[in-house]
Design a protein around this ligand. Structure first.
Ligand SMILES: Nc1ncnc2c1ncn2[C@@H]1O[C@H](COP(=O)(O)OP(=O)(O)O)[C@@H](O)[C@H]1O
Ligand SMILES: [Mg+2]
Length: 284
């Protein structure tokens, strides 16, 4: 194959000015191929523009993924719905991402290891893939980010930036108690996002215990009122997935009879979990 001729300097310059980088990079070879294979002018234009569009889409996606700052990679495909306390219909509704377009919230409440972070990250990832803007924070990171804005009076600006995301994720709410200022800053995030953007929150504390990590002056009632006004609530009660996995690794060592007993116990736990699960609406 003969080496592709270099692009004429005026063309290279114009493509650079127009920031059509992929066209500029591919043009010498594509032009050569088009000549040899006698492509129609339309075919040539299509090949170059499609390549540019594809590479822009890919770099926008990569940028949105970096911007989302997910701590791990999790997908909805990897989430075993039947082994979780999330009802299938609720999972499908969440996976449809309709709630993000409708600016509704999601609150996951349940003990450690029940898939809260997995779901948050996987839903966030799916949202990024369809072109939405997402930002993941642990509650501590979120409050620290705003705290930094207090020093130079830029809290308002930071809030504006945060609610530019279509979906703001706040994981691990209640891991550490918030001080008075932290509580007020969190309240400002919820107020700023209210009916404008989607908030997805996970906590291992049931709602009635939220007063434990918010300072008294931040009334958790008015906070919950805003969060739950348009929200899907999922109680991910049940056994820790990590523990289940650990036990299944140890399972060969169990005697057959023990295994039957523990399988029965597991089934009961799951049924209880299902009973405790609810979706859509207020209350814990
Ligand atoms: N239903 C599930 N299907 C597949 N993996 C799960 C499920 N639930 C939890 N996991 C896995 O178990 C581990 C703990 O889940 P995680 O989402 O971190 O729990 P939580 O945030 O509720 O403490 C993670 O590796 C996660 O991917
Ligand atoms: Mg978690």
């Amino acid at each position: 194959m003969s080496a592709a001729a270099e692009l004429a300097p005026d063309l290279a310059h114009a493509l650079k000015r127009l920031k059509l980088r992929t066209v500029r990079e591919m043009a010498p070879e594509v032009l050569q191929t088009a000549k040899v294979q006698r492509w129609s002018p339309e075919e040539l234009l299509r090949t170059l523009t499609q390549a540019e569009v594809r590479s822009r889409d890919a770099s926008n996606l990569a940028g949105r993924l970096r911007g989302a700052a997910f701590p791990v990679k999790k997908s909805l495909e990897e989430f075993k719905v039947a082994e979780s306390a999330v009802p299938q219909a609720t999972f499908e509704y969440l996976a449809s991402l309709e709630w993000i377009r409708a600016k509704e919230n999601l609150v996951l409440v349940g003990p450690a290891g029940t898939g809260k972070s997995h779901l948050l990250v996987a839903l966030g990832h799916a949202a990024v893939e369809v072109g939405l803007r997402v930002r993941y924070f642990s509650a501590i990171e979120l409050v620290e980010t705003l705290y930094r804005g207090l020093a130079d009076n830029s809290v308002g600006k930071i809030l504006d930036q945060l609610v530019r995301a279509d979906l703001l994720i706040c994981d691990e709410l209640g891991f550490a108690p918030l001080d008075l200022v932290g509580g007020q800053l969190f309240f400002r995030v919820v107020a700023a996002a209210y009916e404008r953007k989607s908030l997805a929150i996970a906590s291992h504390w049931p709602f009635e215990d939220w007063g434990r990590f918010f300072p008294e002056t931040v009334t958790t009632t008015s906070l919950l009122d805003r969060i739950l006004h348009h929200a899907t609530v999922v109680v991910t009660s049940g056994e820790s997935f990590r523990m289940k996995e650990a036990r299944s690794r140890a399972a060969p060592r169990l005697k057959a009879a023990d295994a039957v007993v523990s399988a029965k116990a597991l089934k009961t736990t799951r049924q209880e979990a299902r009973g405790a699960t609810q979706s859509s609406g207020r209350g814990s």
